[in-house]
Design a protein around this ligand. Structure first.
Ligand code: GLU
Length: 296
């Protein structure tokens, strides 16, 4: 089946459901039934369906790109954050105490805050520049309404950061780091732009302009952490159903990588109990089943 037919079929068959995230009030206003899908292939084509060009809040999907930017400098970030699945909710404080302020992995909130701290001041602008370049869309912006809404409700993330600071695992002031982190989560992008921006992971670390962000091992490692830790404490279920490295966000987006072939972004704001998009996981499940493309 042609890829365009395939994405059209998936968009026609999935049934968006679940509830939108409401702990960030600005996200609560999104339509839970919206749906968009884009598949960007290595030869430069983008296959699209539904609301593929409608920007949404990328939220935790940003954590993949900040990890990649930190690893592009060197491996030092791994002295400050682990790479094991947490089996706990993304904003949990519990493990941080028993593990002395070193978060389990870079995709739970505590781990992502450490990665942002590692990148330092200006991390969110650096990320924005990277995403604009990789997608080829200079109009991508940070949504100020989401920034404000999230900052007004970031007691939990501040608590995580202060807790890590008490163990000496924070270099910059907590408020500065949490602000950078909230800005990176508040970037608004469409499925098509996110799929294009994720392609470097399908190209084993090579950016759109042909230069390298990561070496082959670095790209493999980011993909591996996505597979094991990218979809909250449902990463086992996601690997079982989809069989690809993937990263979700509470805005309802999910990116997934088929190494050597394509990058996919699906968006539907209705979430399941673990925080993953209901129609998003369903669409990716159908995609890998119909194409036979997975890492297994
Ligand atoms: N900005 C959100 C938070 O920190 C990101 C959560 C997510 O998408 O997993 O709570």
């Amino acid at each position: 089946m042609e890829l365009q037919q395939l994405v059209d079929r998936i968009a026609a068959e999935v049934k968006p459901g679940g509830a939108v995230a409401d702990y960030i009030p600005a996200l609560a206003r999104t339509d839970p039934h919206a749906f968009g899908l884009a598949v960007a292939t290595l030869d430069g084509e983008v296959f699209r369906a539904g609301q593929h060009d409608r920007p949404f809040s990328i939220q935790s999907i940003s954590k993949v790109f900040t990890l990649a930017l930190a690893l592009a400098e060197n491996d030092d970030v791994w002295t400050r954050v682990g790479r094991e699945p947490s089996g706990s909710p993304f904003n949990s404080l519990v493990q941080l105490e028993t593990e002395q302020g070193v978060p389990r992995n870079p995709f739970i909130n505590a781990g992502a805050v450490v990665v942002t701290d590692h990148l330092g001041l200006g991390a969110s602008d650096r990320l924005l520049g990277f995403l604009r370049q990789e997608s080829g869309n200079p109009a991508i912006t940070i949504d100020p309404e989401v920034v404000k809404s999230e900052l007004d409700h970031s007691d939990r993330n501040r608590a995580l950061a202060h807790f890590m600071a008490s163990y000496g695992n924070m270099r910059n002031p907590v408020d500065v780091v949490v602000h950078e982190y909230v800005r990176q989560c508040s970037i608004a992008m469409s499925c098509a732009d996110l799929a294009k921006a994720t392609l470097f992971l399908a190209r084993h670390g090579v950016r759109n302009d042909g230069t390298r962000l990561l070496d082959v091992s670095g790209a493999k490692r980011v993909n591996a952490v996505m597979l094991t830790c990218g979809t909250y404490d449902a990463a086992g279920q996601f690997a079982y159903r989809v069989g690809l490295p993937g990263k979700s966000g509470v805005g309802g987006g999910i990116i997934a990588v088929v190494p050597g072939r394509c990058a996919i972004c699906v968006w539907s704001p209705g979430l399941d109990a673990r925080g993953n998009s209901v129609a998003g996981v369903d669409a990716l499940d159908r995609f890998t089943t119909l194409t036979g493309w997975s890492v297994f």
